[in-house]
Design a protein around this ligand. Structure first.
Ligand code: NDP
Length: 284
């Protein structure tokens, strides 16, 4: 039986610590961390994510501004909004909720956010810094995974770490963080041959592909730590991960559930990054 890694519990502890540090910082400097989130269009999943971010900010005592823009917003209008927020000294983090409607150039929009307010760490400058291991903003989801491993005292050094998925927001930065922590890292993707042979080598298996229940027990080495980043909606509306929990849980030594695993950690790191941005904005 695997240990269930409780993301909600870990996130609550980390958020309490962030809240305390943010309050101390505010009382010493008069600066309250501020996050602005822009959402374009009506995507229901995005609306839920934005609401959760807003709630987390309010609970942490942050300023939280939400800008809801219509689905037919032009790129020029969106860039103007980003310019306004760039100039707002009370806003330390700017986040544009993805995905954007297809007529908007995601890359151009993300590059318009100044690196010092890019709390999602998607700007090319921050991506480059992550590669070099010299960064202030943590990539939210991968850093959330690292925090969970730290809380569970799971040693990474020298371990076989296999990541399934190579997206710019999860798989690639995850590989970098595990590498910086001295893991031996393999990244798999849709062209990987004999995937289950590779996943069965993993001491630490991180899965981020966006396919419900894809990783099954026979693909996992007995005693592995399995981190499920996936968030997929079943036909009945329930959330499920990329890992088939029922068949993997008896094989693994530790596993994250979905929901209640990686998800709550991602927003926690966003709070941490916003506090970092606020501190750096006044040279602290
Ligand atoms: P992307 O769609 O951007 O990337 C998916 C990756 O999985 C690609 O690299 C793709 O390979 C790979 N892949 C797809 N099918 C297979 C397959 N059959 N075998 C091996 N690899 C495969 O997804 P994201 O990284 O953005 O997200 C992944 C999942 O994580 C989603 O469910 C998403 O909702 C969730 N997520 C959860 C977050 C959280 O906070 N918990 C945050 C962000 C994402 P290729 O490159 O070859 O196409």
């Amino acid at each position: 039986m695997a240990k269930i890694i409780d993301g909600k519990k870990i996130a609550a502890k980390v958020r309490a610590d962030i809240k305390e540090r943010a309050a101390t910082f505010a009382s010493e400097t008069g600066v309250v961390p501020g996050l602005a989130v822009i959402i374009v269009g009506e995507d229901p999943a995005s609306k839920v994510y934005v609401r959760n971010k807003h709630r987390a900010c309010v609970e942490a005592g942050y300023r939280s501004d939400i800008y809801e823009m219509s689905a037919d917003t032009t790129e020029a209008e969106l860039l103007t909004k980003i310019e306004e927020l760039k100039a707002d000294t009370g806003i330390h983090g700017i986040l544009v909720q993805l995905p954007l409607p297809s007529h908007l150039d995601e890359k151009a929009v993300l590059e318009a956010i100044p690196p010092e307010k890019d709390v999602d760490a998607f700007h090319v400058v921050n991506t480059g810094k992550i590669m070099l291991g010299d960064y202030s903003f943590l990539p939210c989801t991968p850093a959330g995974v690292m925090k969970m491993l730290e809380y569970e005292n799971i040693d990474i050094s020298g371990k076989e770490c296999v990541i399934v998925g190579r997206s710019n927001i999860v798989g690639k930065p995850m590989a970098m963080l595990l590498l910086h922590a001295n893991g031996t890292v393999t990244v798999c993707h849709s062209r990987t041959k004999n995937l289950s042979e590779v996943t069965r080598r993993a001491d630490i298996l991180v899965v981020a592909i966006g396919k419900a229940d894809f990783i099954t027990g026979d693909m996992v080495k007995p005693g592995a730590v399995v981190i499920d980043v996936g968030m997929n909606r079943r036909d009945d509306g329930r959330l499920t991960g990329d890992v088939d929990f029922d068949s993997v849980e008896p094989v693994a030594s530790a596993i994250t559930p979905v929901p209640g695993g990686v998800g709550p950690m991602t927003i926690t790191i966003l709070l941490e990054n916003t506090l970092t941005a606020a501190k750096e904005s006044i040279g602290k």
